[in-house]
Design a protein around this ligand. Structure first.
Ligand code: GLN
Length: 563
């Protein structure tokens, strides 16, 4: 067991030079190594946006919206913390500038500042610190990893840094700073450059903060001369410059950190003794998955891929991770491809390209763009018996497709797109209609974990029953079973169509406990190898060592011989 000190420790992780250097993964990886030494670790994300949550941001701009069990719409980094730390992270571990200001203003209106002049400093950092400490208490954490969003030197995150500086000032022995910085290797020079990182460390100094560790993110490992240089010019002991080259998989980053004794150095700095290391299970797994050779090709069909001239799958971060976990669980090698559904609207003949996939996934989404293309893809997967997994919108649109082409109700649609359709097979939930009428858009969807009752003899219940009991809380109950899953939607299968859909072969294998909301849809195994959709988002609770059973079942079907 670890020797625990009474005072909790805070490790602040900040980013240098540019965004997207991998602060979230670094935070989660160091957290994992500390947890595996017997400490209780939690992780917080402090996002600089004014948005109260990530729910109102376009996924192309911000990446995935990650939903917590208690229904918060947060940043995808919270998902990384959950996957690496194998823990449930709740709303109080996420904050934005908007959220912090809102609390301060509400307190001021309630006269909680007792007539004082309420100021940006110290009142905003004080509220930030209160939130950091609250998260520590709720998790009873020995270590609180705090990732500060944005990049050093920008104006936006300065109050979070000020809060961190104040904490260091109040308890120097309890606070550490990790700067995750980028070292470019310009093609023309062919040499790793340290200067931008030196500037980042100095800019951090001008916020009153000295980095204790610098993670040197680059395409290659950092060499000794450059380590020396960074140590010297950023006032960091050389051994505290941690090499952070690109890895074949994010799950190997903890291994790379361990090789450099990152966690041990952290403990040494804080005067703590390390407990027994129990990282073996993770390391063995990460080594083993590298050996899988047999490829599984999965097409992810969506519409939040293109930003300018670049294709990114950031909007579907957890879906991509959940697919990887499930492919590895089947001892195969994942080949994932992103397909923009609008392509099939412009060029319907190109649908045949889908033949090359072992399975097709349609993840969640909103609005009209690209939707006919998606419905076309679903029809193709259904008719050609390609394993299909639909997540949220991907389930709703599968129901629309089925209603149109099997029930023969040609104009069937979701009222999200066609309010006047004579066959609104997907319709808005009544309480959601009221929200939209009042322009109450923020944080108002059906969010977070709800129960679903599973039906005996279905793909759904069989898949869950096979997996080890985990974050979805599978529990056998009188002739069926229940699971907890996370939601984020306003629309649902219209109850008026359920009987007709069931009579024509569709099975609703998961329903809300009152039987009103359809949570899982599937087609019988004898008609299709795997055609299943969920109203919830199973991807949020999948972990590398605990893949989600519905994803695992989907991949199993995708790897089975298809004639
Ligand atoms: N747009 C759909 C709804 O609001 C689906 C949402 C989603 O895929 N997360 O119900």
């Amino acid at each position: 067991m670890a020797t625990k000190k009474k005072t909790p420790k805070y490790i602040f992780v900040v980013g240098g030079v540019m965004s997207g250097v991998g602060k979230g993964t670094a935070t989660a990886s160091l957290g994992l190594l500390l947890k595996r030494r017997g400490f209780n670790v939690t992780a917080i994300k402090a996002d600089p946006y004014i948005n109260v949550d990530a729910g109102t941001m376009n996924p192309i701009e911000h990446g995935e919206v990650f939903v917590t069990d208690d229904g918060d719409e947060t940043d995808q980094d919270i998902g990384s913390y959950e996957r690496f730390l194998d823990t449930t992270i709740l709303s109080h571990n996420y904050m934005t500038t908007g959220r912090v200001y809102r609390t301060v203003i509400e307190k001021e209106r309630a006269l909680e500042y007792g007539g004082k002049c309420v100021e940006v400093v110290p009142h905003i950092p004080e509220e930030i610190i209160r939130r950091f400490k609250e998260a520590q208490k709720k998790a009873d954490a020995d270590f609180v990893m705090v990732e500060i969003g944005g990049t050093i030197g920008e104006y936006q995150n300065i109050l979070f840094l000020e809060a961190a500086r104040m904490m260091k000032q109040q308890a120097p022995e309890d606070v550490l700073f990790v700067l995750v910085s980028y070292l470019p290797i310009p093609g023309r020079l062919g040499e790793m450059k340290t200067k931008p990182t030196q500037y980042a460390a100095r800019t951090l100094n001008s916020a009153g903060i000295q980095a204790d560790f610098i993670v040197a993110r680059a395409s290659l490992p950092i060499d000794e001369p450059r380590k020396k240089k960074i140590g010297m010019f950023c006032s960091v002991p050389e051994e505290c410059v941690i090499s952070g080259p690109d890895m074949s998989s994010v799950y190997r980053i903890p291994i790379m950190f361990e090789e450099q004794k990152f966690a041990d150095l952290v403990l040494k700095k804080l005067g703590l003794k390390a407990g027994t290391k129990t990282t073996k299970e993770w390391f063995d797994w990460a080594d083993e998955v590298r050996e899988y050779k047999h490829e599984v090709r999965i097409g992810v069909v969506g519409k939040y891929f293109t930003t300018g001239s670049f294709m990114l799958a950031d909007a579907y971060f957890s879906v991509v991770e959940a697919l990887r976990h499930a492919v590895w669980a089947n001892k195969k090698k994942p080949i994932l491809e992103w397909i923009d559904s609008e392509k099939f609207e412009k060029d319907p003949k190109s649908i045949k390209e889908l033949k090359k996939y072992d399975g097709i996934v349609v993840p969640g989404g909103f609005g009209k763009r690209g939707i006919e293309g998606i419905i076309y893809v679903i029809k193709y997967a259904r008719e050609n018996k390609i394993p299909y997994l639909g997540l949220c919108y991907g389930m709703q649109l599968a129901v629309v497709e089925y209603t149109r082409h099997v029930l023969g109700l040609k104009d069937a649609h979701t009222t999200e797109i066609d309010k006047k359709t004579s066959n609104p097979v997907i319709d808005i939930m009544p309480e959601q209609f009221a929200n939209l009428q009042k322009s109450n858009f923020g944080g108002s969807m059906r969010l977070g974990a709800y129960l679903a009752v599973l039906r005996e003899g279905t793909i759904a219940i069989e898949s869950y029953a096979k997996s080890k009991n985990s974050r979805w809380n599978f529990e056998k109950k009188n002739g069926g079973a229940i699971v907890h899953e996370r939601h984020r939607h306003r629309y649902e299968v219209n109850p008026e169509y359920i009987m007709r859909l069931e009579n024509s072969g569709m099975i609703f294998s998961g329903k809300s406990p009152n039987g009103v909301l359809m949570e899982i849809m599937e087609l019988p195994k004898k008609t299709h190898p795997f055609f299943l959709g969920t109203q919830f988002h199973p991807e949020y609770t999948s972990g590398p060592l605990k893949p989600h059973p519905l994803f695992t079942a989907f991949i199993k079907a995708a790897t089975a011989d298809r004639k």
